[in-house]
Design a protein around this ligand. Structure first.
Ligand SMILES: CC(=O)N[C@H](C=O)[C@@H](O)[C@H](O)[C@H](O)COP(=O)(O)O
Length: 230
C-alpha cells in the first residue's frame, strides 16, 4: 500500500492553486485563501507553487487543523526543465512544509547535472517528503519508477515535445501509465470539466489534479469571452 498521504488522495480531487509572475493573485495570502476555499469544496489535496506559498498554506492548514496533504513545487523559468528543476529547489520545497514534492520527472538533463535517481536519493537523505514525478511520456514515467519516486503524474504531457498537447487531459498517456507503471498515477494537465475529471478517474487515475479550470480566473474569463466573441 502507498504511504498515507497518497492513500488520502485516492479517488479524489487535488486543486492546484497557482498564479503566474506579474499577476494580481500572485500573493501567498491569496493562494492560501484559494486553497482554503478548495478544501471547503471537497478537495482532498492541494498543489502550490513556490517556497512562500508552500509555507503560507501549510502554516494556515496546521493552525486550522486541516490535514489535507500539500504538494509543493518551485517553478524556475518557463523553458526546458523548470518544475522544481534541481535538488536545491526540491529540498527547499520540502523544508517549506510540503508533504509531497513535485519535481520535473522527464529524462531531460537537469540544470544541476544530477540524474533523477540522484535527485530522489538526495531528497530522501535530507527530508521525509514523498516525491511526485511530473512526466511527459510513458518513457519518462518508467525512468521515474526506476529512479525511486513515489507517484507519477501526466503533468508535462504536451509540454515536452513527446506527446501532442491535447485539448483536454491526455487520457491515452494516462491509460499507458496505469497499465505499465506500478505506482499511483495522477492525472494532471488540462482537466477542464467535471466530466473530464471523472473520465480520468475511470481510466485508472489515482487522483485528479485541476488547476486552471478552478483557480485561474483570467483563463476562465477568457474561455467565456472567446465563446461570446466567436
Ligand atoms: C505544464 C505546467 O507548467 N504545469 C504546472 C504545474 O504545476 C501548472 O501550470 C498547471 O496549472 C498544473 O499542472 C495543473 O494543470 P491545469 O492548469 O492544466 O489544470
Amino acid at each position: 500500500m502507498p504511504p498515507d498521504p497518497l492513500v488520502a488522495l485516492r479517488g479524489g480531487l487535488v486543486v492546484s492553486c497557482q498564479a503566474y509572475p506579474g499577476e494580481a493573485m500572485r500573493d501567498p495570502r491569496t493562494m492560501t485563501q484559494v486553497a482554503l476555499a478548495a478544501v471547503r469544496g471537497g478537495a482532498v489535496g492541494i498543489r502550490v507553487q513556490g517556497v512562500a506559498d508552500v509555507e503560507h498554506v501549510t502554516h494556515a492548514f496546521a493552525e486550522l487543523g486541516i490535514t489535507v496533504p500539500v504538494t509543493g513545487l518551485w517553478k524556475d523559468g518557463t523553458e526546458g526543465v523548470f518544475i522544481t528543476p534541481t535538488l536545491r529547489h526540491a529540498v527547499a520545497i520540502a523544508h517549506a512544509g510540503a508533504t509531497i514534492v513535485a519535481i520535473d520527472g522527464t529524462r531531460r538533463p537537469r540544470p544541476d547535472g544530477l540524474s533523477l535517481t540522484e535527485t530522489v536519493a538526495g531528497l530522501r537523505e535530507h527530508t521525509s517528503a514523498l516525491v511526485m514525478a511530473d512526466c511527459g511520456s510513458l518513457d519518462d514515467a518508467l525512468a521515474a519508477l526506476d529512479a525511486g519516486v513515489d507517484v507519477v503524474g501526466t503533468t508535462l504531457s504536451g509540454y515536452t515535445g513527446e506527446r501532442p498537447r491535447t485539448d483536454g487531459p491526455d487520457l491515452e498517456l494516462l491509460a499507458q501509465l496505469v497499465e505499465h507503471v506500478d505506482l499511483p498515477v495522477i492525472a494532471e494537465g488540462r482537466v477542464h470539466s467535471p466530466a473530464q475529471a471523472r473520465a480520468a478517474l475511470d481510466a485508472g487515475a489515482w487522483a485528479v489534479v485541476v488547476g486552471t479550470a478552478i483557480t485561474h480566473p483570467t483563463s476562465i474569463t477568457g474561455w467565456f469571452v472567446d465563446a461570446l466573441t466567436a
